[in-house]
Design a protein around this ligand. Structure first.
Ligand code: NI
Length: 171
């Protein structure tokens, strides 16, 4: 089921999320909905708080052409970040049509729990690394625009407020 994606500013996008103790059928159903919602948008990543669920879970698939590689990461934790940095023009499904260059570690190693309850660890680089860090920020109540200066951030927030007012009026 495709669910509604929250648009910034929304207090639920600013809150740290709770760890998931156990993979229940509800969590599996949520992950399936998140993947469906992400592919429909379309986007390369989506975190649970973007659907208003304050749990530590995100989905991603950074394959742009070819076979999809859907990933579900529960309680993800970065255990290594490279000193080498990378600049990527980021966007966010909760901040439509706004993009900005963000500097982050080029490679990260992430540990997480899969939908099967098993623990995983993998090194990510390129867009996968950027996406994983962006999504983990969401779980800590942080948006990519929080990495920008206050002026630029305020400008984007005002644009989003205007967009939400227009949507509310049915424009
Ligand atoms: Ni995002």
């Amino acid at each position: 089921m495709i669910r509604e994606i929250l648009i910034h500013p929304d207090p639920r996008l600013k809150k740290p999320c709770e760890p998931i103790a156990k993979v229940t059928p509800d969590i599996t159903a949520l992950a399936v909905d998140m993947l469906e919602t992400m592919y429909d948008a379309p986007g390369v990543g989506l975190a649970a708080p973007q659907l208003g669920v304050l749990k530590r879970l995100f989905v991603m698939d950074c394959i742009k052409e070819g076979l999809p590689e859907p990933m579900v990461l529960i309680n993800p934790k970065i255990v290594f970040s490279s000193e080498d940095m990378n600049v990527y023009e980021e966007g966010c499904l909760s901040i439509p049509d706004q993009y900005a260059e963000i500097t982050r570690p080029r490679e990260v190693t992430v540990q997480w729990m899969g939908l099967d309850g098993a623990q995983y660890e993998r090194q990510f680089s390129g867009l996968w690394a950027t996406c994983a860090q962006h999504e983990i920020d969401h779980l800590n109540g942080r948006l990519f625009i929080d990495n920008l200066g206050p002026l630029k951030r305020q400008m984007i927030t005002r644009k989003m407020e205007k967009l939400k007012r227009e949507w509310a009026r049915g424009l």
